[in-house]
Design a protein around this ligand. Structure first.
Ligand code: TXA
Ligand code: MG
Length: 331
């Protein structure tokens, strides 16, 4: 299959309408999209990524009205979160409409909905005139792509089209919030912080936000967070801000906010101006390190505030994944 790289929203939208698979930029990471109402198109997305069928996909909508075509009803918490943060990097898990393709939701009774803020993503959904089911546009188990070149590196020849844009601004995936439970549960930290969510839901629910993969009641509500994730080829090691870089064989790289405390040569090195910039550059750095055959990537632990929580989640997962090679991939 020839993969078309285009800047044209109308070309990409017409491919989607014909049941094709199109990668597109969002403010978090690039998504790999198909018409959410076409089970066969969504199947192609799973095949192109090599994604396990038990991992459900987020449905991207243009606005709350379109979201109502996918959900049975929006619980009050979901409505409040969407009204506060959408369009933006938040995903709400809500009860799904009965007739919605189960391929998208991996057989769950719920559906994850997100309203992206990226202008190209929004234009694409409107031009295609249908909600777009889309996981991140990487091969399963690889870091999410934040550039169209990264999508191309993973999926050239496996998908119909890449709608090309700039580097994704947030750089990490959206915050996933299960709104089918009370209190709501953060299934995956992301661009919208827990503090923001508490504020939006306000008292008396303010103090009630749970965390985890939705396994508290013995039911797995978010299969994706249990799979291996965010793993580059190199070994990832998390270091504290003032910690000396430990010794390691081969080529070593560093990313953080503070400059590395190292007695040896590290390359490449990125010292970021802020935690937001660190989040934006992390996945692209992982891929650069792979291309440069780096063996160990040292990542500074981020401050546990704002997007730092999501950033630490991703670097910890990458560190765990690369120290337990052979575990299951999904992404
Ligand atoms: O920012 C993002 O969320 C990006 C962009 C493309 O929108 N998408 C993304 O999709 O990261 P993906 O498929 O890589 O991750 C979606 C996560 C997975 O952990 C999945 O298990 C969870 O959302 N998820 C999807 N539908 C769900 C549902 N019905 N219930 C619980 N979790 C769900
Ligand atoms: Mg993913």
């Amino acid at each position: 299959m020839n993969t078309l790289v285009t800047g044209s929203v109308s070309t990409a939208a017409s491919i989607l309408r014909k049941g094709g698979v199109v990668a597109f930029p969002t403010e978090t990471v690039y998504g790999l999209g198909a018409d959410a109402f076409s089970a066969s198109a969504v199947t192609k997305v799973f095949e192109a990524k090599g994604r396990p069928a038990d991992n459900p996909t987020i449905v991207h909508c243009a606005d709350i009205d379109q979201a109502r075509h996918v959900a049975v009803e929006l619980p009050e918490s979901a409505e409040r979160l969407l009204k506060t943060f959408a369009p933006g990097p938040i995903t709400v898990v809500v009860p799904r409409r009965r007739d919605f393709p189960t391929r998208v939701t991996a057989g769950l009774d719920t559906v994850a909905i997100r309203i992206p803020s990226h202008p190209l993503a929004r234009a694409l959904i409107r031009a295609a005139d249908t909600p777009i089911a889309a996981p991140s546009a990487n091969l399963s188990g690889r870091p999410s792509p934040t550039t169209w070149e990264a999508v191309h590196a993973d999926l050239d020849g496996r998908i119909d089209c890449i709608l090309s844009g700039e580097l994704s601004e947030v750089g990490l995936e959206s915050t996933v919030v299960d709104c089918t439970v009370k209190p709501v549960e953060i299934l995956r930290p992301g661009g919208i912080s827990e503090t923001d969510i508490r504020r939006a839901l306000s008292a008396p629910a303010a103090t009630e936000v749970n965390h985890g993969a939705g396994t508290g009641d013995g039911v797995v509500r978010s299969p994706g967070v249990l799979h291996r994730h965010y793993a580059p080829d190199a070994t990832v090691v998390v270091v504290e801000s003032d910690q000396a870089i430990p010794s390691a064989e081969g080529r070593c790289a560093y990313i953080g906010i503070a400059p590395p405390v190292a007695s040896r040569q590290l390359a490449p090195v990125i010292t970021c101006a802020s935690v937001e910039e660190y989040a934006r550059l992390l996945y692209r750095f992982f891929r650069q390190c792979e291309a440069e055959k780096v063996e160990t990537i040292f990542c500074e632990r981020a401050p546990e505030t704002g997007i730092g929580v999501a950033l630490n989640d991703r670097i910890n997962r990458a560190a765990t994944a690369t120290s337990h090679l052979g575990s299951r991939a999904s992404g």
